[in-house]
Design a protein around this ligand. Structure first.
Ligand code: UDP
Length: 245
């Protein structure tokens, strides 16, 4: 694949064309970044973990009626996906206060929210992915009113499904980020990835605030044992998928 021209290289994945214009190949990398790429490093085996976890979750979501860009994994860190036009929004769903929500509102980290919170950030690294208001979304013409309604409905449905799934893994889904795209028919489908890079996942078997962290916060906050936490997520997700089949 390395001989092919890259379509795009992001922080965690590289995108290649395939023989079919409607299908792209995503190669998941071990490279890790945080704080808008100010912190850089490598998490050994991350590409494989994230690709495998994302594939398992996409398949599970498809079964529950959520359309995704997932097609197949030709190898453990490669995913064939439907080509979509990415909607430039990062849709964040939160069940428990953490990260920027705690920093910006003073809500105590770990506080359980009465209802899931859906937020929209502009996907723009140069601007630092700012939090948007509903009116700013329409001001920028990012999506229509109808599309925003669909995004919120899909995000909440995905949250419901993933919360139940991760509970079966004895993992608490604190929050996560989603990206959506428009397919050839202009329908909204789930794109990008769902992985320990894009979710906050807390081990239900650990009460210690640092020991329970199974996601990219281990890298962001230099908590150590990043690789083993990622591989633990992978093992539990795959074991839970196996039980379901
Ligand atoms: N997130 C992400 N990519 C981003 C920003 C956030 O995947 O560019 C995820 C992050 O891992 C977490 C959730 O979205 O699961 C909410 O992140 P938050 O806004 O709390 O940002 P942070 O505190 O990490 O800056």
């Amino acid at each position: 694949m390395s001989t092919k021209t890259k379509l795009y290289e992001g922080k965690a994945k590289v995108l290649y064309p395939t023989e079919k214009p409607e299908i792209l190949l995503t190669v998941y990398k071990d490279d890790a970044t945080a704080f808008n790429a100010q912190k850089k490093g490598t998490i050994k085996g991350k590409g494989e973990v994230n690709c495998t976890v994302a594939a398992a979750l996409f398949k599970s979501l498809e079964k529950s009626g959520i359309p995704t860009h997932f097609i197949d994994c030709p190898s453990s860190n490669q995913m064939l996906v439907k080509a979509v036009k990415i909607i430039p929004l990062e849709v964040v769903v939160r069940n428990i206060a953490a990260g920027s929500l705690s920093r910006q509102t003073g809500l105590k980290e770990g506080a359980v929210l009465d209802n899931p919170l859906v937020e929209y950030y502009l996907k723009d690294d140069d601007l630092g992915d700012p939090l948007l208001t509903r009116d700013r979304i329409f001001l920028l013409n990012v999506v229509t009113v109808e599309q925003l309604d669909i995004l919120k409905e899909m995000a909440l449905k995905i949250n419901q499904h993933l919360q139940e799934f991760f509970n079966r893994c004895q993992i608490t889904l604190v929050d996560f980020k989603l990206e959506f795209g428009l397919d050839q028919q202009q329908s909204i489908i789930l794109a990008d990835e769902i992985s320990p890079d894009t979710c906050r996942l807390w081990d239900q078997n650990e009460t210690d605030e640092q020991a329970r962290v199974m996601d990219k916060d281990r890298f962001r906050k230099d908590l150590g044992a990043v690789e083993s936490a990622y591989s633990q997520v992978q093992s539990r997700v795959l074991a839970t998928i196996d039980q379901a089949n």
